[in-house]
Design a protein around this ligand. Structure first.
Ligand code: ADP
Ligand code: ASP
Ligand code: MG
Length: 424
């Protein structure tokens, strides 16, 4: 007997038939004698609809500043998971399984106070464990917890993955299965490159980079938690027949295992390609080249919670003025421009230029640590396709390249093939 946490994403619970199908996956594990807790997302599209309602509320006449209350945002957007947790509990009950739904606050899953992007601080798994011992299946609403202000807090988009891994750590599960609409983690997004290959295993560090560089198959925080708490996490498909051979395999279920790099026997140089759309580039022209200027630029941006990514500072021609270029998410451009205009006196630049609709394509692989020339092959391959590179950043295990939006798919496919990742 094992203890298993099963998470089902939005497309897996998109309608009543699919929820019924999810119940069959759960039943398979229960019938095999395992203790099971389930985490669900909202039906696909639901969270977007709820977020749209929050932002679409007409303003009262005379109100000029946009009103926004992160606590009410959370109260509204967390509701999608409440519905699916209840529906799945009913579906399970109709199959004769003892099941009960749980909201984040009932467990409780305690978070910090960052409404809209809260972090899980603590989970009390005792009651869930006790009930699992009695044969009850807990169906937990993902994406939500209870903040220190005693109000519902949500974990950021894609946060149900994090709920699942955190619960798996909290109840000391043997395994956490993330069921989604693809049958594992691929060498790149299989929707962009049909030649992408499914990985049998991927190292935590690589998955962390893939997720933070745009592969939305797992929320970044869920990978961090799995790594820290050593949760055995699999990504697998909910669309396969729940009773197909091998689906109930305890040690080697179908899908991709996220694991320590030591567990990976045949390590490739490059493991995968990720991309992130909607990047924007901001350039400050003729900035005074003196100590403290970077702090004067990036300090106020950080205070405004704007995530600055790639930073390029040119060598100044005359030793007194330089250009500073960096990227931010497209959605933050207007805010960033305002912040920079306000800091103009301290920074002392000439003009600001900006460009939106850019894409960051990244090459990821632990094998890069010990191989030279990986970056050069990427640059050559992109040049051959006539793709212009706007900025580059590298770390030990990744290279990120900023390009124009319309070239995104071509760049992903080009890099995928240049490193031999295409399906044989
Ligand atoms: P869920 O609703 O189940 O949480 P998501 O839409 O959040 O599912 O994540 C699954 C999607 O992630 C896939 O449909 C796929 O298009 C995308 N994806 C991006 N990169 C990858 C990758 N490297 N491997 C697998 N899926 C990927
Ligand atoms: N429903 C939430 C979202 O769409 C959380 C999740 O699905 O993981 O972001
Ligand atoms: Mg997701």
């Amino acid at each position: 007997m094992a203890r298993i946490v099963m998470k089902f994403g939005g497309t897996s619970v998109a309608d009543l038939d699919r929820i019924h199908n999810v119940a069959r996956h759960v039943k398979r594990e229960v019938d095999a004698g395992h203790e099971v807790a389930v985490v669900v997302s909202a039906m696909s599209g639901k969270t977007n609809e709820l977020v749209g309602w929050v932002h679409g509320m007409p303003k009262a006449t005379g109100a000029n500043s946009p009103f926004y209350d992160a606590r009410e945002y959370d109260a509204i957007v967390a509701s999608g998971e409440q519905v699916t947790s209840g529906l799945l509990a009913i579906a399970l009950q109709s199959m004769g399984i003892n099941a009960r739904s749980w909201q984040g606050w009932q467990i409780p899953i305690k978070t910090d106070n960052a409404h809209g992007a809260a972090r899980i601080m603590d989970i009390n798994g005792e009651e869930i464990i006790r009930r699992m011992g009695e044969g009850q299946v807990a169906v937990v609403a993902g994406f939500q917890g209870l903040g220190p202000d005693n109000r519902i807090a949500t974990l950021g988009r894609g946060g149900s993955d994090t709920s699942a891994v955190a619960i798996a750590a909290g109840v000391k599960a043997d395994r956490c299965d993330i069921y989604t609409d693809v049958d594992g983690v691929y060498t790149t997004d299989p929707r962009i490159e049909p030649k992408a290959r499914r990985l049998k295993k991927i190292a935590f560090e690589e998955m962390l980079e893939m997720a933070s560089l745009g592969a939305k198959v797992l929320q970044v925080r869920s990978v961090e938690l799995a790594m820290v708490h050593k949760v055995r996490t699999f990504v697998r498909s909910s669309f396969e027949d729940p009773d197909a051979p091998g689906m109930g395999d305890l040690l080697n279920p179908p899908g991709t295992l996220i694991c320590d790099e030591e567990e990976i026997v045949e390590q490739e140089v490059v493991t995968g390609i990720a991309y992130a759309k909607d990047e924007a580039q901001i350039s400050l022209r003729r900035v005074a080249d003196r100590p403290g200027v970077s702090a004067a630029i990036f300090g106020p941006l950080a205070e405004a919670h704007i995530n600055v990514d790639m930073i390029v500072q040119n060598i100044s021609e005359d030793g007194s003025k330089t250009d500073m270029t960096f990227t931010v998410p497209s959605g933050d451009v207007e805010k960033a421009l305002k912040v920079l205009e306000a800091a103009k006196a301290q920074v002392g630049f000439d003009v600001i230029q900006h460009e939106t609709g850019l894409v960051k394509v990244s090459v990821i692989g632990i094998g890069m640590r010990s191989h030279a020339g990986v970056a050069a092959s990427a640059f050559r391959a992109l040049a051959e396709k006539g793709i212009n590179i706007k900025a580059i950043t590298t770390s030990e295990i990744k290279i990120s390249i900023l390009i124009d939006g319309p070239y995104a798919e071509l760049a992903v496919r080009t890099l995928h093939s240049v490193y031999g990742l295409d399906k044989k």
